[in-house]
Design a protein around this ligand. Structure first.
Ligand SMILES: [Zn+2]
Length: 195
């Protein structure tokens, strides 16, 4: 709302140092979320590619992951989702390891206590549990496209109850929808072909 916006602006420190801090904070989040997005590209899931990057309090990366089948199961289990009416045991859901699980399991430190996890999608309820039990103290996410599902309601309830803040990352890509960008790119390609 307009009032909310004014209130938000009134909290902004408009001094040079204040604006510099805001910019540095933005660049930092952009950097770690970009790494999560690059990790997501390694996922073999044809529908939902998710990446996660865990960062400690010294801003060092301690784990990266993306949704995958368990070790040794690649190519032997299906990536079928809910769309084709298969029974649960014949879909990916019982088997897939989410990006958050993989990032935590891939950690190169003793633990991930006090860390921030950057995830390209708001964690599901199972990953919210993992996040809490691993001692992660903050979640920054890029997309909440399943926000209205029961799974995400349960996830938010878990994170709220455990007092773990979750923050939607400022995303300038959403101002220029990818569809529009793709169309522009396609037009450029067509022009290039004509030449
Ligand atoms: Zn999950």
């Amino acid at each position: 709302s307009y009032n909310g916006y004014c209130q938000c602006l009134s909290q902004v420190d408009f001094t040079w140092a204040g604006l510099q801090r805001i910019f540095e904070d933005y660049l930092e989040k952009e950097y770690f979320m970009t790494l999560a997005k690059v990790a997501a590209q390694r996922s073999k899931d044809p529908n939902t590619q998710v990446g996660a990057c865990i960062v400690n309090q010294e801003k060092k990366i301690v784990g990266i992951g993306y949704n995958s089948m368990p070790n040794g199961c690649d190519g032997q289990l299906t990536w079928t989702g809910s769309e084709d009416g298969f029974d649960w045991p014949d879909t990916k859901y019982p088997y897939v390891c989410h990006a958050e699980l993989n990032a935590i399991m891939n950690k190169n430190s003793a633990d991930v206590k006090g860390c921030t996890i950057y995830v390209t999608l708001l964690p599901c309820n199972e990953c919210a549990k993992l996040t809490i039990q691993a001692g992660i103290s903050k979640v920054i996410y890029l997309s909440d496209k399943y926000n209205d599902t029961a799974v995400m309601a349960a996830s938010r309830r878990l994170l709220d109850t455990a007092h773990i803040p979750y923050e939607l990352k400022l995303n300038f890509d959403s101002i220029n929808p990818s569809g529009m960008r793709n169309n522009a790119a396609a037009e450029r390609d067509e022009e290039a072909e004509e030449d």
